[in-house]
Design a protein around this ligand. Structure first.
Ligand code: ADP
Length: 205
Protein backbone atom coordinates (compact mmCIF):
# COMPACT_ATOMS: atom_id res chain seq x y z
CA UNK A 1 0.00 0.00 0.00
CA UNK A 2 1.11 3.53 -0.75
CA UNK A 3 1.95 5.19 2.56
CA UNK A 4 2.02 8.97 2.92
CA UNK A 5 3.59 10.67 5.96
CA UNK A 6 1.70 13.86 6.78
CA UNK A 7 3.62 16.33 8.89
CA UNK A 8 3.98 20.03 9.66
CA UNK A 9 4.54 22.27 12.65
CA UNK A 10 2.06 22.68 15.46
CA UNK A 11 -1.06 24.45 14.17
CA UNK A 12 0.00 24.16 10.53
CA UNK A 13 -3.22 22.42 9.49
CA UNK A 14 -2.33 18.71 9.62
CA UNK A 15 -5.60 17.58 11.20
CA UNK A 16 -7.60 19.69 8.77
CA UNK A 17 -5.82 18.09 5.81
CA UNK A 18 -6.05 14.60 7.33
CA UNK A 19 -9.82 15.01 7.74
CA UNK A 20 -10.15 16.17 4.13
CA UNK A 21 -8.18 13.19 2.82
CA UNK A 22 -10.12 10.79 5.05
CA UNK A 23 -13.39 12.20 3.68
CA UNK A 24 -12.15 11.28 0.20
CA UNK A 25 -11.40 7.71 1.26
CA UNK A 26 -7.79 7.78 2.43
CA UNK A 27 -6.96 5.53 5.38
CA UNK A 28 -5.83 8.03 8.00
CA UNK A 29 -3.93 7.04 11.12
CA UNK A 30 -3.24 9.98 13.45
CA UNK A 31 -0.49 9.50 16.03
CA UNK A 32 -1.92 12.29 18.22
CA UNK A 33 -5.18 10.35 18.43
CA UNK A 34 -3.22 7.20 19.32
CA UNK A 35 -1.26 9.11 21.99
CA UNK A 36 -4.53 10.20 23.58
CA UNK A 37 -5.93 6.64 23.47
CA UNK A 38 -2.78 5.29 25.09
CA UNK A 39 -3.12 7.74 27.99
CA UNK A 40 -6.79 7.09 28.71
CA UNK A 41 -7.58 6.01 32.29
CA UNK A 42 -6.52 2.41 32.92
CA UNK A 43 -3.96 2.25 30.12
CA UNK A 44 -0.48 0.89 30.99
CA UNK A 45 1.25 3.94 29.51
CA UNK A 46 -0.70 6.20 31.84
CA UNK A 47 0.35 4.13 34.85
CA UNK A 48 3.95 4.42 33.70
CA UNK A 49 3.63 8.19 33.28
CA UNK A 50 2.19 8.47 36.80
CA UNK A 51 5.00 6.32 38.21
CA UNK A 52 7.61 8.44 36.43
CA UNK A 53 6.24 11.97 36.78
CA UNK A 54 4.05 11.73 39.86
CA UNK A 55 0.45 10.83 40.57
CA UNK A 56 -0.38 14.56 40.89
CA UNK A 57 -0.66 14.52 37.10
CA UNK A 58 -3.70 12.27 37.33
CA UNK A 59 -6.91 14.06 38.21
CA UNK A 60 -9.63 12.72 40.55
CA UNK A 61 -11.44 11.34 37.50
CA UNK A 62 -8.41 9.22 36.62
CA UNK A 63 -7.61 11.46 33.66
CA UNK A 64 -4.18 12.76 32.72
CA UNK A 65 -3.67 16.49 33.23
CA UNK A 66 -2.09 17.11 29.82
CA UNK A 67 -1.36 20.77 30.47
CA UNK A 68 0.53 19.98 33.67
CA UNK A 69 2.50 17.20 31.97
CA UNK A 70 3.38 19.45 29.05
CA UNK A 71 4.57 22.20 31.40
CA UNK A 72 6.71 19.67 33.26
CA UNK A 73 8.42 18.17 30.22
CA UNK A 74 8.88 21.31 28.17
CA UNK A 75 11.09 22.86 30.81
CA UNK A 76 13.17 19.69 31.19
CA UNK A 77 14.74 17.87 28.21
CA UNK A 78 15.48 14.73 30.27
CA UNK A 79 11.86 14.53 31.37
CA UNK A 80 10.77 14.97 27.80
CA UNK A 81 13.04 12.13 26.69
CA UNK A 82 11.59 9.89 29.42
CA UNK A 83 8.05 10.71 28.33
CA UNK A 84 8.91 10.00 24.71
CA UNK A 85 10.50 6.71 25.82
CA UNK A 86 7.17 5.71 27.34
CA UNK A 87 4.96 6.87 24.49
CA UNK A 88 6.80 6.66 21.19
CA UNK A 89 7.40 2.89 20.99
CA UNK A 90 3.77 2.24 21.93
CA UNK A 91 2.48 4.78 19.42
CA UNK A 92 4.60 3.26 16.68
CA UNK A 93 3.45 -0.31 17.45
CA UNK A 94 -0.19 0.68 17.39
CA UNK A 95 0.25 2.74 14.23
CA UNK A 96 1.89 -0.17 12.38
CA UNK A 97 -0.79 -2.54 13.67
CA UNK A 98 -3.50 -0.28 12.24
CA UNK A 99 -1.61 0.22 9.01
CA UNK A 100 -1.43 -3.54 8.47
CA UNK A 101 -5.20 -3.81 8.99
CA UNK A 102 -6.10 -0.85 6.77
CA UNK A 103 -8.39 -1.30 3.78
CA UNK A 104 -8.09 1.89 1.72
CA UNK A 105 -6.59 3.06 -1.61
CA UNK A 106 -3.69 4.61 0.28
CA UNK A 107 -2.64 5.33 3.85
CA UNK A 108 -1.87 8.64 5.55
CA UNK A 109 0.15 8.55 8.75
CA UNK A 110 -0.19 11.85 10.60
CA UNK A 111 3.10 12.24 12.47
CA UNK A 112 3.89 15.71 13.82
CA UNK A 113 7.50 14.72 14.62
CA UNK A 114 8.02 12.68 11.45
CA UNK A 115 11.64 13.78 10.86
CA UNK A 116 12.56 14.35 14.50
CA UNK A 117 11.73 10.70 15.27
CA UNK A 118 13.15 9.33 12.00
CA UNK A 119 9.81 7.93 10.96
CA UNK A 120 10.10 9.32 7.44
CA UNK A 121 11.82 5.99 6.76
CA UNK A 122 8.42 4.27 7.23
CA UNK A 123 6.66 6.17 4.45
CA UNK A 124 6.82 6.29 0.66
CA UNK A 125 6.18 10.00 0.40
CA UNK A 126 6.20 12.99 2.72
CA UNK A 127 3.39 15.57 2.64
CA UNK A 128 4.14 18.80 4.50
CA UNK A 129 1.54 21.38 5.48
CA UNK A 130 3.39 24.67 5.53
CA UNK A 131 2.54 27.89 7.29
CA UNK A 132 4.53 31.03 8.06
CA UNK A 133 5.45 31.39 11.73
CA UNK A 134 3.33 34.47 12.43
CA UNK A 135 0.14 32.82 11.19
CA UNK A 136 1.14 29.59 12.94
CA UNK A 137 1.43 31.30 16.32
CA UNK A 138 -1.84 33.12 15.78
CA UNK A 139 -3.76 29.90 14.94
CA UNK A 140 -2.23 27.97 17.83
CA UNK A 141 -3.06 30.77 20.22
CA UNK A 142 -6.64 30.98 19.02
CA UNK A 143 -7.15 27.23 19.39
CA UNK A 144 -5.27 26.48 22.63
CA UNK A 145 -4.59 28.01 26.01
CA UNK A 146 -0.85 28.05 25.34
CA UNK A 147 1.15 31.16 26.21
CA UNK A 148 3.54 32.89 23.81
CA UNK A 149 6.57 31.37 25.48
CA UNK A 150 5.07 27.87 25.48
CA UNK A 151 4.36 28.20 21.77
CA UNK A 152 7.92 29.47 21.22
CA UNK A 153 9.33 26.47 23.02
CA UNK A 154 7.22 23.99 21.08
CA UNK A 155 8.15 25.59 17.75
CA UNK A 156 11.83 25.60 18.77
CA UNK A 157 11.66 21.89 19.70
CA UNK A 158 10.48 20.98 16.19
CA UNK A 159 12.54 20.79 13.01
CA UNK A 160 12.88 24.20 11.33
CA UNK A 161 10.41 25.22 8.67
CA UNK A 162 13.18 25.39 6.05
CA UNK A 163 14.46 21.88 6.82
CA UNK A 164 10.97 20.44 6.81
CA UNK A 165 10.21 22.00 3.43
CA UNK A 166 13.52 20.83 2.00
CA UNK A 167 12.63 17.23 2.88
CA UNK A 168 9.04 17.28 1.59
CA UNK A 169 7.83 15.47 -1.52
CA UNK A 170 4.57 17.43 -1.60
CA UNK A 171 3.80 20.76 0.06
CA UNK A 172 0.45 22.32 0.89
CA UNK A 173 0.66 26.07 1.46
CA UNK A 174 -1.73 26.92 4.29
CA UNK A 175 -1.25 30.69 4.23
CA UNK A 176 -4.65 31.18 2.62
CA UNK A 177 -8.18 30.38 3.77
CA UNK A 178 -9.66 26.94 4.39
CA UNK A 179 -11.14 26.50 0.90
CA UNK A 180 -7.67 27.19 -0.54
CA UNK A 181 -6.20 24.47 1.69
CA UNK A 182 -8.94 21.99 0.79
CA UNK A 183 -8.41 22.59 -2.93
CA UNK A 184 -4.74 21.69 -2.50
CA UNK A 185 -5.69 18.61 -0.48
CA UNK A 186 -7.93 17.53 -3.35
CA UNK A 187 -5.02 17.96 -5.75
CA UNK A 188 -2.64 15.72 -3.76
CA UNK A 189 -5.43 13.21 -3.18
CA UNK A 190 -5.71 12.75 -6.96
CA UNK A 191 -1.97 12.32 -7.22
CA UNK A 192 -1.97 9.69 -4.47
CA UNK A 193 -4.85 7.77 -6.04
CA UNK A 194 -2.92 7.71 -9.32
CA UNK A 195 0.31 6.64 -7.61
CA UNK A 196 -1.53 3.95 -5.64
CA UNK A 197 -3.01 2.67 -8.91
CA UNK A 198 0.44 2.51 -10.51
CA UNK A 199 1.76 0.66 -7.48
CA UNK A 200 -1.07 -1.90 -7.67
CA UNK A 201 -0.60 -2.39 -11.43
CA UNK A 202 3.07 -2.96 -10.81
CA UNK A 203 2.46 -5.45 -8.01
CA UNK A 204 -0.19 -7.28 -10.04
CA UNK A 205 2.15 -7.50 -13.04
P1 ADP B 1 -2.44 20.85 13.33
O1 ADP B 1 -3.21 19.56 13.27
O2 ADP B 1 -1.29 20.91 12.37
O3 ADP B 1 -2.01 21.25 14.71
P2 ADP B 1 -5.02 22.02 12.70
O4 ADP B 1 -5.48 21.36 11.44
O5 ADP B 1 -5.64 21.58 13.98
O6 ADP B 1 -3.41 22.01 12.81
O7 ADP B 1 -5.20 23.60 12.50
C1 ADP B 1 -4.88 24.50 13.57
C2 ADP B 1 -6.03 25.47 13.77
O8 ADP B 1 -6.06 26.39 12.67
C3 ADP B 1 -7.38 24.80 13.82
O9 ADP B 1 -8.18 25.50 14.72
C4 ADP B 1 -7.88 24.94 12.38
O10 ADP B 1 -9.28 24.94 12.31
C5 ADP B 1 -7.30 26.28 11.98
N1 ADP B 1 -6.96 26.38 10.55
C6 ADP B 1 -6.30 25.49 9.78
N2 ADP B 1 -6.16 25.96 8.52
C7 ADP B 1 -6.72 27.18 8.50
C8 ADP B 1 -6.88 28.20 7.48
N3 ADP B 1 -6.41 28.03 6.25
N4 ADP B 1 -7.52 29.33 7.85
C9 ADP B 1 -7.97 29.51 9.10
N5 ADP B 1 -7.87 28.62 10.10
C10 ADP B 1 -7.23 27.46 9.81
Amino acid sequence: MLVIGLTGGIGSGKSTVADALAARGAGVIDTDVIARELTEPGQPALAEIAATFGTALIGPNGRLDRDALRTQVFSDPDARARLEGILHPRIKDRMLERLAALDAPYAVLVIPLLFETNQHTLVDRVLVVDIAETAQRERVRRRSGLTHSEIDRIVASQISRADRLARADDILDNSGDLPALLAQAERVHRIYIALAGDLNDHEAG
